[in-house]
Design a protein around this ligand. Structure first.
Ligand code: SF4
Length: 217
């Protein structure tokens, strides 16, 4: 019997976690930021955009508007121009300005550390809140489910769900809480390097014996 068939889904998830740690020992959030508010802004900008592109935009953005107060009072057109190349720039600029206004008015200029409060901020859903809580404050409140985590968790047979919130719920049941964020970061690395959306290189994948979708040609 193959290792995949011998192990339960939870055992497979834990073995995948061990291998991901071995494969990507230094994996870390790839967005550049200096403060929790800057990480929030960078994460909002990363929707439908690569971290690489966001990191090209944020130096000028944070030089001009370094904190919640300056972003809350920024001229909307100037803000739009600064974030334009990340796509959906009108919506992103509007949300950044509105979120920073709420941070100033309701939370005294500091990013809140509670999931429920973060979810009140315009443009912030669980994915953004999880990234910010884990990377800015070291709090694992959930599993970040982006397009890579969604695709790989499905291919690896760890969820049958398609909705990110339901996928997150499945993963939270399979993985130890302290590993929730590092799981996502490492799975994103694997999704970029090996298990890409169009051409997964299963023959070169160190998870292939654990993966029900492996196509070893
Ligand atoms: S074996 Fe193939 S489908 Fe499975 S995780 Fe690896 S690259 Fe992705």
């Amino acid at each position: 019997m193959t290792i995949r068939k011998r192990l339960s889904t939870k055992q497979r998830a834990l073995e995948i976690l061990v291998r991901l740690k071995r494969l990507y020992p230094d994996a870390a959030c790839t967005l550049n930021y200096q403060t929790p508010v800057q990480l929030l802004v960078a994460t909002i900008l990363s929707a439908q955009c690569t971290d690489e592109r966001v990191n090209k935009v944020t130096p000028a953005l944070f030089k001009r508007f370094p904190d919640a107060l300056s972003l809350a009072t920024a001229d909307l057109e100037e803000l739009q121009a600064l974030v334009r190349s990340t796509g959906f720039y009108r919506n992103k600029a509007k949300n950044i300005k509105a979120a920073c206004s709420m941070i100033e008015e309701k939370f005294g200029g500091k990013l809140p550390k509670r999931m429920e409060e973060l979810l009140e901020l315009p443009g912030v859903a669980r994915k953004t809140a999880n990234v910010v809580l884990a990377n800015a404050f070291g709090i694992n409140m959930g599993v970040t489910v982006d397009t890579h985590v969604k695709r790989l968790s499905q291919r690896l047979g760890l969820t049958e769900q398609t909705d990110p919130v339901r996928i997150e719920r499945d993963l939270m049941l399979l993985l130890p809480q302290p590993d929730w964020e590092n799981w996502s970061i490492r799975l994103i690395y694997h999704g970029r390097a090996v298990c890409t959306a169009r051409n997964p290189t299963c023959y070169d994948c160190k998870l292939s014996d654990l993966c029900p979708s492996a196509q070893l040609k």
